[in-house]
Design a protein around this ligand. Structure first.
Ligand code: 26V
Length: 824
C-alpha cells in the first residue's frame, strides 16, 4: 500500500510545480492568474505536506504495532516557529522546490517568510519543548507531544512611542500543518459534586457527577525527524461545547443567546496562551486550561493502552509521561482518579503505577514563579481531584512521620497543602511526590533545587530521585536552517552533514582553526550574517548600523532577573564616556551596536519600563551626530523564533547576564556560540557548562557567584549598600531628563537605590563594565577573536538536544528508539 501512494511524490522541479499548481487550483480553489507569494507558499506547503503525511501515517502504524514503550511530552507550550523550511530539510527536495519556485517566478526566501510563526509559547521553556520534538523524531523515539490548540499565540509586540503595545496573534487563518480529527474527541468534566457509596463487596466508590462537560477535539501536526523516515505526532486539543442534552434543550426552547453563550464559554478554554506573569496568577481560566488538557491527554493515552489488553501493572512499561514544569501536574491526580474510580484498582497499586509513569522537569528556582492554586478554587472546579490530592498528601505525610519521627516541623514544610489563608496547593511538591524522577535543566540549577526548594525532599527520598539533564538545542534549526552558509562550510570540511545528527563531530573542525582559507570563509559568513541583520534593522526599525561594528545582542524575555537594565545602564555609561572623550581618543574606540529584543509580560510594569528606557536611550544616542557609528542602540520589535533565526547568527557578543543562580539554564546562549558568537555572561545556568566546554579563554565571565548572592542581599537589607559610583553617574544622567521625563524611570532606579537592589545590579556593575572593556580590546585583534569563535563552535557538540533526549530516554523514560524500515 505504501508504494501505491509514493507514486504521488514529486522528485523533479517539474513535478513539484505540477503539485503546487494542483493544490492552488483544487485544494485552495484559486486561479493561477492571481498567484501571489501567499498562494505560492500555500501550494508549496501542501506539496511538502503530502510527502510528510505518508511517512507520518507509516510511523504511527509502525509504532502501534511495535508494542513498545512510548514517551508523552506534556507541555502547555511548544514554540515551533515556522514549519515549511523544516519540512523541506527533513523531506529533502529543498533544491528541487527552489528550482520549481524560481521557474514560477518566486524566490524561496520570500515564500518561506510568508508563513506565520506557530508561537504557542512564551520563551525558553516552550522553545525547549519544540527542540525536544525535533530530536525525539530524529532519534526515532516513539513519542507524542500534547498541548493546547490556542487560537491566539503569544501576543505580537508593537513599539509605539517607545512603549510596548500588545496585539493579538491570530495565527490560524491558514495553517496547512494541522489536521483536525473531528472523530477524536474527549468529554472533560468541570465542577459538579462527588457521590460516595458502598458497592456490593463493601468497597467505597466515588462518583464525580453533575458537572459541566466541555469537549476536547484533537488537532494533529506531523513532526518529521531529520535524516530518518520517522514522523511523530504533536496533538493539540481544542475546546468546544459538548452537544449533550442541555444546550439542545436551550436551543429548542428558543434560548438561542444562552445556547451560544455556552458555546463561547467552552471555546474560551483553548482561546489564548497566557503570557506568564505575576498578575495572571490564580486565574480560574488558566486552571481550566491545565485540567482540560491533562484530562484529554490522559484519556487518549489510557484509551491507547487499553487497546493493547495488557494488565494495568504494565502501564509504566508502555507509557512514560514527562511533565514540562508544573503546568501539567493535575495529570497526576487525574491518572490516580482514572485508576481507582473508573478502573477499580486499589489505591496503593494505582499510586505505584502513577509514580512509575511520571517524570517532572523543574525550570526555575525563583519562588515567585512556583505555581500554587487555592484550595477553594480546586474544590469548586475539581472536587474529586482535591480529595485525591488530600489523600496523596495524607499518605505522604504519614510516610514522612514514620521515617523522620524527630522532625515534626518538617511536616508543614513539605506538605502539599500550604496552611495559608486561603490554603494553597503547592504544585511543585505534588509533581515531585507523584514522579519517579525530578530533573533540573543545567548542572548548577539541578544542584540548587536540591539545596533550596527541594532540600527536605532530598532527605525524604534520597538523592537518587533527583538528576540533571542539561538543556540542548536542535542543530537542524539553529545551525543548518538559521545559518546555511556556516553549515555548508562545516560540511565541506567534515565531508558530509553527518554532524547535524551527531553534533560531537564538530570537534573535527578545530583542526582547521589555522587554515587560512577556512578562517576567511568563516569570517566572511559572520560578516554576511551581520550585513543581513543590518539590512533588516534598516528595513524594520529605520536605523542604519555599520556591519563592521561589534554586534552586541541581548534577546530574551524582559525580566528583572535577566538584567536587561544592567545592559542598558552599561550602554548609558559607555555613551557618557564617549561624550567625555577628545575626538582623538574617540578614534581609538571600538564601534559597537547594542541590540535588544524581547517581550515583557503585559502586567509586568518594571519590565515595560526597561523597554521604554532602552527605546528612549536609543533615540538619543542614535541621533547624536558626534557619536555616529561609535555607538548605536537598537530595540528589535516583536522578537520571536523566526526573527531569532536572523538575529542569532549575526552576533559577535551576546549577553546572558542574569543574577547568578536565577537563570535555570538559558538556551539562546548555546545558539549564539554555535553560530560563531562569543558570550558575556555570569556564572549561571548553562553558561557554566559552556565555559567548561569552550574553555575559560573563550568566554567573558563576570560578576558575583551564586553562593555569594544570599549574603549580599542580606547585607543590602541591613543597610550595608553602597551604590557603584559609575552607576550613580548613570542615574544622575537619567534624572537630568536626558532620556525624557525622569519620573518614568524612577521605579527602576529606586528598586536599586532604595529597595535593596535585589538583582545585584550595582554589585556587578563594575565587573560588567570592566569585562565589556576587555571585549572591546579583544575584538580589535580580529585574528585572535576569530580563533576564539572557531574553537568555540568546534566544542559545542555537547549542547545538541539529541544528547539531551538520549539522557532523558536512558535515565528517566527507559525507552528505546524504534528504527523505521529501510526505504526500498
Ligand atoms: C516565570 C515567572 C512567572 C512569574 C514571575 C516570575 C517568573 C520567573 C520565571 C518564570 C519562568 C518559569 C519557567 C521557565 O520558563 N523557565 C525557563 O526554562 C528554560 C528551559 O529550561 C530555561 O532555559 C530558562 O533558564 C528558564 O528560565
Amino acid at each position: 500500500a505504501w508504494k501505491k501512494y509514493s507514486a504521488k511524490e514529486f522528485t523533479t522541479p517539474d513535478e513539484f510545480e505540477q503539485a503546487v499548481v494542483k493544490h492552488i487550483e483544487t485544494t485552495l480553489a484559486r486561479s493561477l492568474f492571481n498567484c501571489d507569494e501567499a498562494a505560492a507558499y500555500s501550494g508549496t506547503a501542501l506539496a511538502f505536506r503530502d510527502r510528510l503525511v505518508i511517512e507520518w501515517n507509516r510511523t504511527q502504524q509502525q509504532q502501534t504495532l511495535a508494542d513498545q514503550k512510548r514517551v508523552y511530552y506534556l507541555s502547555l507550550e511548544f514554540l515551533m516557529g515556522r514549519a515549511l523550511d523544516n519540512a523541506m530539510l527533513n523531506v529533502g527536495m529543498k533544491d528541487v522546490a527552489r528550482k520549481g519556485l524560481s521557474e514560477l517566478g518566486f524566490r524561496m526566501e520570500d515564500i518561506v517568510s510568508q508563513e506565520r510563526d506557530a508561537a504557542l509559547g512564551n520563551g525558553g521553556l516552550g522553545r525547549l519543548a519544540a527542540c525536544f520534538l525535533d530530536s525525539l523524531a530524529t532519534l526515532n523515539y516513539p513519542a507524542w507531544g500534547y498541548a493546547l490548540r490556542y487560537k491566539y499565540g503569544i501576543f505580537r509586540q508593537e513599539i509605539i512611542d517607545g512603549y510596548q503595545v500588545e496585539v493579538p496573534d491570530y495565527w490560524l487563518d491558514f495553517n496547512p500543518w494541522e489536521f483536525p480529527r473531528h472523530d477524536v474527541t474527549v468529554d472533560v468534566q468541570f465542577y459538579g459534586n462527588v457521590r460516595k457509596y458502598m458497592d456490593e463487596s463493601g468497597k467505597q466508590v466515588s462518583v464525580w457527577e453533575n458537572g459541566e462537560i466541555v469537549t476536547a477535539v484533537a488537532y494533529d501536526a506531523p513532526v518529521p525527524g531529520y535524516g530518518t523516515r520517522t514522523t511523530n505526532n504533536l496533538r493539540l486539543w481544542s475546546s468546544k461545547a459538548s452537544h449533550g442534552e442541555f444546550d439542545f434543550t436551550k436551543f429548542n426552547s428558543g434560548e438561542y443567546e444562552a445556547s451560544v453563550a455556552d458555546q463561547q464559554r467552552a471555546e474560551t478554554i483553548s482561546a489564548v496562551l497566557y503570557p506568564n506573569d505575576s498578575l495572571e496568577r490564580g486565574k480560574e481560566l488558566r486552571l481550566k486550561q491545565q485540567y482540560f488538557w491533562c484530562a484529554a491527554s490522559l484519556y487518549d493515552i489510557v484509551r491507547r493502552f487499553k487497546k493493547s489488553k495488557k494488565a494495568w501493572k504494565d502501564f509504566p512499561n508502555q507509557v512514560a509521561i514527562q511533565l514540562n514544569d508544573t503546568h501539567p501536574t493535575l495529570a497526576i491526580p487525574e491518572l490516580q482518579r482514572i485508576l481507582i474510580d473508573q478502573e477499580g484498582l486499589e489505591w496503593d497499586e494505582a499510586w505505584s503505577i502513577v509514580q512509575s509513569t511520571f517524570g517532572y522537569t523543574n525550570h526555575t528556582v525563583l519562588p515567585e514563579a512556583l505555581e500554587k492554586w487555592s484550595v477553594p478554587l480546586i474544590q469548586h472546579l475539581l472536587p474529586r481531584h482535591l480529595q485525591i490530592i488530600y489523600d496523596i498528601n495524607l499518605n505522604f505525610l504519614q510516610y514522612v512521620e514514620r521515617n523522620f519521627p524527630k522532625e515534626r516541623d518538617m511536616l508543614s514544610r513539605v506538605s502539599i497543602i500550604e496552611e495559608s489563608n486561603p490554603k494553597m496547593v503547592r504544585m511543585a511538591y505534588l509533581a515531585l511526590i507523584g514522579s519517579h524522577k525530578v530533573n533540573g535543566v543545567a548542572e548548577l540549577h539541578s544542584d540548587l533545587i536540591k539545596t533550596t526548594i527541594f532540600k527536605d525532599f532530598v532527605k525524604i527520598y534520597g538523592p537518587d530521585k533527583f538528576t540533571n539533564v542539561t538543556n540542548g538545542i536542535t542543530p537542524r534549526r539553529w545551525l543548518h536552517q538559521a545559518n546555511p552558509r556556516l553549515s555548508e562550510l562545516i560540511a565541506s570540511k567534515l565531508g558530509s552533514y553527518d554532524y547535524l545528527r551527531d553534533l560531537t563531530l564538530l570537534h573535527k573542525i578545530e583542526a582547521y582553526v589555522d587554515d587560512k582559507e577556512f578562517r576567511k570563509a568563516f569570517q566572511d559568513i559572520k560578516y554576511a550574517n551581520k550585513a543581513r541583520l543590518a539590512a533588516y534593522t534598516l528595513e524594520v526599525q529605520g536605523i542604519k548600523v555599520n556591519p563592521k561594528a561589534l554586534f552586541d545582542i541581548q534577546v530574551k524575555r524582559i525580566h528583572e532577573y535577566k538584567r536587561q537594565q544592567l545592559n542598558i545602564f552599561g550602554v548609558i555609561h559607555r555613551y557618557l564616556e564617549l561624550k567625555a572623550m577628545s575626538p582623538k581618543d574617540r578614534n581609538k574606540v571600538q564601534p559597537r551596536v547594542s541590540f535588544f529584543g524581547g517581550k515583557a509580560a503585559p502586567g509586568y510594569w518594571m519590565a515595560k519600563t526597561v523597554i521604554h528606557l532602552i527605546n528612549q536611550v536609543s533615540k538619543v544616542i542614535n541621533a547624536d551626530k558626534e557619536i555616529g557609528d561609535l555607538l548605536k542602540v537598537v530595540f528589535l520589535e516583536d522578537y520571536n523564533v523566526s526573527k531569532a533565526e536572523i538575529i542569532i547568527p549575526a552576533s559577535d557578543i551576546s549577553e546572558h547576564i542574569s543574577t547568578a543562580g536565577t537563570e535555570a539554564s538559558g538556551t539562546s546562549n548555546m545558539k549564539f556560540v554555535l553560530n560563531g558568537g562569543l558570550v558575556i555572561g555570569t556564572c549561571d545556568g548553562a553558561n557554566i557548562e559552556i565555559t567548561r566546554e569552550v574553555g575559560e579563554d573563550n568566554i567573558f565571565l563576570f560578576g558575583n557567584l551564586s553562593e555569594d548572592v544570599e549574603d549580599l542581599r542580606h547585607q543590602h537589607f541591613y543597610g550595608d549598600f553602597k551604590l557603584d559610583p559609575m552607576l550613580q553617574k548613570v542615574f544622575d544622567t537619567i534624572k537630568s531628563g536626558m532620556f525624557g521625563d525622569a519620573g518614568q524611570f524612577s521605579a527602576l532606579v529606586n528598586s536599586i537605590v532604595e529597595h535593596g537592589d535585589y538583582y545585584l545590579v550595582s554589585d556587578d556593575f563594575k565587573s560588567y563594565i570592566d569585562t565589556q572593556k576587555l571585549i572591546d580590546e579583544a575584538y580589535k585583534d580580529q585574528e585572535a577573536w576569530l580563533t576564539k569563535t572557531i574553537t568555540s563552535v568546534s566544542r559545542m557538540g555537547f549542547f545538541s538536544s539529541d544528547r539531551c533526549i538520549d539522557e532523558y530516554a536512558e535515565m528517566i523514560w527507559n525507552v528505546e528508539p524504534l528504527t523505521p524500515p529501510k526505504q526500498n
